[in-house]
Design a protein around this ligand. Structure first.
Ligand SMILES: [Ca+2]
Length: 184
């Protein structure tokens, strides 16, 4: 009475299998919903070397994982001003889920973590407040809310924002990334 017969199972199993296969192939090929779900190929190696799992199945030996909680979850620009494209990727530190950015410079040879457990000015060490971010193209930075002099950008910067609330510019001074408060 409890045995529904092989007919049902033989119909369900292939559907489950096929569904799983389709999901896996669309993730692996980066074509889910018509947009890339992974950073560009050149960045993946640098991220992994810095302990960032790009895909969930890489977590076992990773300190961070790529977060896809914001759209976009990575931005490209020339953040150190050397005329090579760099990339900033949204990441989480696995042990405490603190959100931040991994910035890859020099084609991934140098990786800087901002947030995700590392303090960056008023941004703190957890960027979970951030709901908007974009590239602030190299140019003039206007006076923010504080007294401090706006930075002279040597490359592109990142503008990180809690919409209709606080925002800051994260810029590279030649040695390290720094925070400049824009609005609050
Ligand atoms: Ca660069």
């Amino acid at each position: 009475m409890y045995w529904k017969g092989p007919g049902v199972i033989s119909k369900i199993l292939p559907m489950v299998f096929l569904g799983g296969l389709l999901t896996w192939t669309s993730v692996a090929s980066g074509e889910g919903h018509g947009k890339a779900v992974g950073p560009p190929g050149w960045a993946v190696q640098g991220l992994r070397a810095a302990g960032v799992a790009v895909w969930p199945w890489q977590r076992s030996d990773a300190t961070y994982e790529v977060s896809r909680d914001l759209n976009p979850f990575y931005l490209q620009g020339d953040f150190d001003g050397d005329c090579q494209t760099d990339i900033a990727v949204l990441v989480r530190r696995l042990k405490d889920r603190k959100l931040g950015l991994a910035v890859l410079l020099k084609r991934g040879e140098r990786v800087e973590f901002l947030g995700a457990g590392r303090n960056v000015g008023n941004g703190g060490d957890d960027f979970r407040w951030m709901d908007l971010w974009y590239v602030y193209a190299k140019g003039v930075v206007h006076q923010g809310v504080g007294e401090s002099t706006p930075p002279k950008l040597r490359g592109d910067a990142l503008l990180v924002e809690k919409s209709e609330s606080a925002s800051g510019i994260i810029w590279f001074d030649g040695i390290a990334f720094r925070w400049y408060q824009q609005g609050d």
